[in-house]
Design a protein around this ligand. Structure first.
Ligand SMILES: Cc1ncc(COP(=O)(O)O)c(C=O)c1O
Length: 498
């Protein structure tokens, strides 16, 4: 209500469109509005003209204006209210610079001068994921006695004979022999086309994503991301001031056609094709080719995050995008966080050969390479076959948990949720009836000691589905069943308040 009657300053703001420019029209509009908001030329709360009026005034397609508005909306510069229009946000995001943040800051600590990126980093963990030992908190895995025993024995053996290369600076990409083992594993398991020279051992997938952003993208480059998608990618791109273009996902994966309508020339495309995060969709083979074709046409990089594809319970895995790529544009990101355990902080990148030098430079400047000492243990664990046995046993374990747990959870959430049994991975989504707010359920469940992530905030454009992200691995059976019952109570409690 406060907003009605706000001066429509934006009506007076001159926006120009240069039709001869190589910059897309939607981007021109976006950049001008963004600048006006950051500089406070357009004050908080002022109303924007509708996309119809603005498109008529500028003589451009309505889609161009809608795309510009979508980006501003996704980045938190503007906000929409059903039926009353679009307004400059009251609380501006950190994107855009220190002047803005200094004005918005309320405590003295945040008045210190940071870099523009520093202000953006301040916000990264504001809505971060809860990691703890309560079901269904993510990031938990099962590790059984044979794995612990093998790990212990290898560690003791390695500790007795410290290799000389461990005493100095090691290889920027990780020990050559370790990279050989990783390359063999990726060729055999994931049909990744690579040699050890292309493998970079990282501190988890997240460092791989960070290096890829540093090496491949400039600020304000447009990049397709999945909608809904992985928050750590969304925020990493935003922290680098990249323009994220949310592209919807259906049951066959990223909707390439919609992506092309929204932004035909992305600089990069970030995807989780083996097991889309969070929906669980497996990208079909047709869609994989369609995506690679679109990337070729746009000369875009593809960053393939293959975070938990080892655990397939039904059907054969599809080849990785990297394995299908004929034009060396896919950067493959892998991790041992799921298949082994996250505390190991080990992942890997596979990059095209001609990018190796750039990645070496970026790696030198970030951490000078991974810790070789503890990779000796991992290397032996993988080379001697303990790794594949671990995967086999865990796949079996997770599959039998699912068999019992999914029907139990389904009946606990009846009739408020729909759950499809996942054929892959370590988590799934329980979709809620649309009249039930997933954030409210998550808050209610937390009061009962149960951790679930609402999926609606994973849609940057808003208007996403209501659902709960359920991680079922790393908890014992009784705990899972009790938590399912409590989650059912939480949903019923929220439904009864309506
Ligand atoms: C989509 C996705 N990518 C990657 C990861 C793993 O990240 P990291 O290897 O940094 O632990 C996760 C973990 O939850 C994930 O959900």
């Amino acid at each position: 209500m406060r907003r009605t009657g706000q001066t429509k300053w934006a009506e007076l703001r001159e926006i120009t469109v240069d039709r001869d420019s190589t910059t897309q029209i939607s981007r021109q509009i976006y950049l001008q509005l963004r600048q006006a908001i950051i500089s406070r030329a357009l004050p908080a709360g002022s109303r924007l003209p509708s996309s119809r009026i603005l498109s008529e005034r500028l003589q451009v397609s309505r889609t161009s204006v809608v795309t510009a508005f979508d980006n501003l909306l996704a980045e938190g510069f503007i906000e929409g209210k059903k039926g009353s229009g679009t307004f400059i946000a009251e609380h501006l995001p950190t994107v855009g610079g220190r002047g803005l943040m200094r004005a918005a800051a309320s405590d003295s600590a945040s008045l210190r001068m940071l870099s523009d990126a520093g202000y953006r980093y301040q916000d990264v963990l504001r809505e971060s994921t809860v990691f703890n030992d309560r079901p269904f908190s993510p990031g938990r895995v099962s590790v059984d006695v044979p794995t612990i025993e093998a790990w212990r024995q290898i560690t003791v053996r390695q500790a007795k004979s410290i290799a000389t290369d461990v005493l100095g600076y090691g290889d920027l990409f990780g020990r050559e022999s370790f990279r050989q083992v990783i390359a063999e594993y990726l060729r055999a398991f994931r049909s990744v086309n690579c040699t050890a020279d292309q493998v970079i051992v990282t501190s988890g997938a997240q460092q791989g994503i960070d290096l890829a952003i540093r090496v491949l993208l400039n600020a304000e480059d447009p990049v397709w991301i999945e909608e809904p998608g992985y928050r750590a990618v969304q925020t990493a791109l935003r922290a680098a001031n990249i323009i994220t273009v949310p592209v919807p996902v259906d049951e066959s994966g990223l909707c390439v056609k919609v992506g092309l309508e929204k932004e035909p020339r992305p600089r990069a495309i970030f995807v989780t094709p083996s097991h889309q995060y969070p929906t669980g969709a497996v990208m079909s083979i047709e869609r994989r080719y369609e995506l690679l074709h679109a990337a070729n046409e746009a000369d875009a990089w593809v960053v393939e995050d293959d975070y938990d594809s080892e655990f397939r319970y039904e059907g054969a895995p599809l080849p990785s995008l990297q394995g299908l790529d004929q034009s060396s544009r896919v950067i493959y990101v892998g991790t041992l966080s799921k298949v082994l355990f996250p505390g190991i902080r080990t992942g890997f990148l596979v990059v095209p050969l001609d990018l190796v030098e750039a990645f070496r430079g970026a790696r030198f400047l970030t951490d000078r390479g991974p810790p070789a000492a503890h990779h000796g243990v991992l290397e032996e664990f993988m080379r001697e076959g303990y790794f594949t046995s671990h995967i086999r046993r865990m796949r079996q374990r997770y599959s039998s948990i699912l068999e019992e747990f999914v029907p139990h959870l389904r009946s606990a959430l009846e009739p408020f949720a729909t759950i499809a049994t996942p054929d892959c991975g370590m988590r799934f989504v329980a979709y809620l009836r649309e009249d039930i707010d997933d954030r409210e359920v998550a808050a209610e469940a937390a009061r009962r000691g149960v951790v679930v992530r609402p999926i609606s905030p994973m849609y940057l454009d808003g208007g996403g589905r209501s659902g709960l992200d359920i991680c079922f691995t790393g908890y014992d059976r009784t705990l899972l069943m009790t938590a399912a019952t409590r989650l059912g109570d939480s949903v019923r409690h929220v439904a009864s308040r309506r």
